[in-house]
Design a binder for this molecule. Structure first.
Ligand SMILES: O=P(O)(O)OC[C@H]1O[C@H](O)[C@H](O)[C@@H](O)[C@@H]1O
Length: 287
């Protein structure tokens, strides 16, 4: 059976040691196993009962990344990262294809907690398509404006990768892109490094990046190729020691075992006219 559904999640398997687990809460992918190996990070302190966004895996950001900077923005009243990660999605369909297995999840306003939806009351339909192949995982979002006025949104796949050791991590293919440094009060700069290493807090939004894919590479040369499909920006985040210690749903030392490389459209809003659909996502493949 490729789809094992329980009350709170579905596990999608291809019968060849590859699987992906998706919680209905947030449609959060919490595990991706290829060749018997876990590729995503999920905190040992993650809260999985639907009372807080899941700390790890691939939480979905919509319709606001972070907090809106402009207090007049229609998303200004929303909590950090919007409401998609705090809503219970529907598992709409499972497809068992040739060499791939797909789960499709949906979110409509009626499933968003009322107190959140009333802060951004635009009619929309989100579809989230998760496709497992032997060496890769694709995750795609589509956003449809079902109302009679345009709306603006951000969206992001906030992927937490499980890594053996932050001290040997290398991130490739972000050179020559402009970034916003959230650790330096939003200062703008241009990345000069061909190979990014992480030895302290990092929280950067690389805008409109030039490379098709970012490589997340571990000390032994293996890693994940993170390919952009229809999305423009890449966020790199590791909260490091002090912030990790201050987070209730994150282990004190776990910052050494994870890196977030997040693809989406967050430096500028996507403007969506009535009746229009926007689509974008990522393909993660093992290197
Ligand atoms: O703690 P959360 O609301 O899940 O946010 C976690 C992180 O998400 C993104 O990576 C942002 O760039 C960070 O500034 C933020 O701290």
């Amino acid at each position: 059976m490729p789809f094992q559904k329980s009350d709170d999640k579905v596990i999608i398997q291809d019968g060849n040691e590859n699987s992906v687990e998706v919680y209905f809460y947030g449609a959060t992918v919490t595990s991706w196993i290829t060749a018997g190996k876990e590729r995503l990070f999920l905190s040992k302190n993650a809260i999985l009962n639907g009372t807080k966004a899941i700390r790890g895996g691939i939480p979905l950001v919509f319709p606001q990344f972070g907090k809106a900077e402009d207090s007049d923005a229609p998303t200004a009243a929303l909590p950090q990262h919007g409401f998609a990660r705090n809503s219970k999605w529907e598992f709409l369909e499972g497809k068992d294809g040739d060499n791939e297995v797909t789960g499709i999840f949906g979110l409509s306003p009626s499933s968003v907690p009322t107190e959140l939806y009333q802060k951004w009351p635009f009619p929309f339909k989100l579809l989230y398509t998760v496709t497992l192949r032997p060496q890769s995982l694709s995750t795609f979002i589509s956003v449809k404006n079902e109302g009679s006025e345009a709306f603006d949104f951000h969206t992001l796949l906030h992927t937490y990768f499980s890594i053996p050791d932050i001290s040997t991590l290398k991130i490739h293919n972000l050179a020559n892109n402009v970034f916003i440094d959230k650790v330096a009060n939003g200062a703008r700069d241009t990345e000069t490094r061909e190979v990014i290493t992480v030895n302290g807090e990092v929280d950067r939004v690389y805008e409109d990046v030039n490379a098709e894919a970012v490589l997340v590479q571990y000390g032994d040369g293996s890693g994940i190729r993170v390919k952009r499909i229809g999305v423009k920006d890449v966020v790199v985040w590791n909260q490091w020691e002090a912030k990790a210690a201050a987070m209730s749903d994150f282990g004190d030392d776990e910052y050494k075992e994870m890196i977030c490389v997040e693809l989406g459209n967050v430096s500028k809003y996507v403007h969506l006219a009535p009746g229009e659909t926007w689509e974008g996502g990522q393909e993660l493949s093992v290197i």
